[in-house]
Design a protein around this ligand. Structure first.
Ligand SMILES: *Cc1c(COP(=O)(O)O)cnc(C)c1O
Length: 429
């Protein structure tokens, strides 16, 4: 099936007389005839549902669609993108372990790795997305368990060389996790370039309507856990909390990662997506392929307009021929990247402030990847505690604006930005 068909119909095929739309199984618990029947589920000897903190049929149908879209062997939903990334990483790492991560990743994930997981005794080494093979090799340690990066980083908009990072990870006997939130499987399928596990904040393009927080984890089934049994004891040695089951033996490369992640981490941390949210997510997925094309069309047109504007100092968008990530985008994102464009106004903080308040269609929001266009100036909002000098050092100059182009008419969006730029009064050199 083509990806478009999978967006619409994947994951769920109703039988005779069954509901056409995915049923919302709004039940925390499931009934059994005998305790022994239920016991088999607890021992992971039989498949089925007993409590929605671990698994729910609605969530599983939507996870199956995302799994098919990414070309994976198993998948699960989580309550948010943060939970997806934490679970995917913590499923492989314990206290005393080490992670190699690309430095331009989403701020929330950067914080998760550098502060919260550090408190759990897990260390991280950040490397530039433009790292050389030698520098990348030097980041690994004997206790490294995983490599992490984002296909298109939010909001830095750098493009990951997935093949380079996957090859390095495999050279050091560990898997590569790629957060594919911004590209979505419509524009890039990281497994085709060697990634082993993919994560998503489904809150973004997959939902696409600013309606439901969510996350997803997909396993490619490619990584051979038993071949590296000493490095991954959690997958390759008996789990005492499940009567000594060994995930990699019982569920093979195709199922071990997601089964362990569900059976242990969902059980103990409980970051389940609700069936209602999974239903909303599925509505978004049904039009993902149609929406991504329009987001990309608007993003490309906006980037070209801004790049030619005299009040704009700089534009980041990998669809622009002179963007540093354009060549990589041609390889990994041949059909387009996303609708998010960032640009720097020549007039700094003051110009950004005037620009932001002059927008009529684009709303000021801490969100991206929505059907409605939204805009953010970090200096006057999320990063307001920093002065201009600190902002520049952090790579977020005061005049930087991130615009997430929605699904509106292209000319309406450009006209809105054009009139807001007209309000910015300063001498253009
Ligand atoms: C938003 C985002 C996250 C976090 O997702 P939430 O659903 O907000 O928890 C993770 N990674 C990327 C790339 C994101 O854009």
């Amino acid at each position: 099936m083509h990806l478009s068909t999978t967006c619409v119909q994947g994951g769920y095929t109703p039988g005779n007389g069954e509901p056409r739309q995915i049923p919302i199984i709004q039940s925390t618990t499931f009934k059994y005839e005998t305790s022994e029947d239920m016991g088999k589920l607890f021992d992971l000897e039989a498949e089925g549902y007993f409590y929605s903190r671990l698994q729910n049929p609605t969530c599983d149908l939507v996870a199956a669609k995302i799994c098919a879209l990414e070309g994976g062997t198993a998948a699960m939903l989580t309550s948010s993108g943060q939970a997806a990334n934490f679970f995917a990483l913590f499923n492989l790492c314990s206290c005393g372990d080490h992670i190699v991560a690309e430095s331009s990743i989403y701020g929330g994930t950067y914080n998760l790795l550098s502060v919260t997981m550090k408190r759990m005794g897990i260390e991280v080494t950040f490397v530039s997305p433009d790292v050389t093979d030698e520098e990348l090799d030097a980041a690994f340690r004997p206790n490294t368990k995983v490599v992490f990066g984002e296909t298109i980083a939010n909001p830095a908009l750098t493009v990951l060389d997935i093949e380079q990072f996957a090859t390095a990870a495999h050279r050091h006997d560990v898997p590569l996790i790629v957060d594919n939130t911004f590209a979505t499987p419509v524009n890039c399928r990281p497994f085709e370039f060697g990634a082993d596990i993919v994560t998503h904040s489904t809150t973004k393009y997959m939902d696409g309507h600013g309606a439901a927080l969510g996350g997803a984890i997909v396993d490619s089934g490619h990584f051979d856990w038993m071949k590296h049994a000493e490095r991954f004891p959690g997958l390759c040695q008996p789990d005492e909390s499940y009567h000594g089951i060994t995930y990699a033996e019982r569920f093979g490369n195709a199922g071990a990662f997601i089964t362990k992640c569900t059976a242990q981490l969902m059980r103990d941390f409980g970051s389940m997506q609700s069936p209602q949210h999974a239903f909303y997510l599925n509505l978004g997925l049904e039009s993902l392929h149609v929406r991504m094309a329009q987001h990309c069309k608007n993003g490309q047109a906006m980037a070209e307009f801004l790049a030619a504007h005299p009040k704009v100092a700089h534009v980041s968008y990998c669809g622009l021929p002179d963007d540093p990530y354009h060549t990589r985008a041609e390889k990994y994102l041949p059909n387009g990247s996303c609708g998010v464009v960032s640009f720097e106004l020549k007039g700094g903080r003051e110009a950004a402030s005037v620009f932001m308040r002059s927008l009529k269609l684009a709303a000021i929001e801490t969100h991206v990847a929505d059907a409605r266009t939204c805009c953010l100036n970090p200096a006057t909002s999320t990063h307001r505690q920093m002065n201009d000098e600190q902002l520049r050092e952090a790579g977020v100059p005061a005049g930087l604006i991130r615009i997430s182009c929605g699904l509106e008419d292209t000319n309406d969006l450009i006209n809105d930005v054009a009139q807001a730029l007209d309000q910015v009064a300063f001498e253009v050199k």
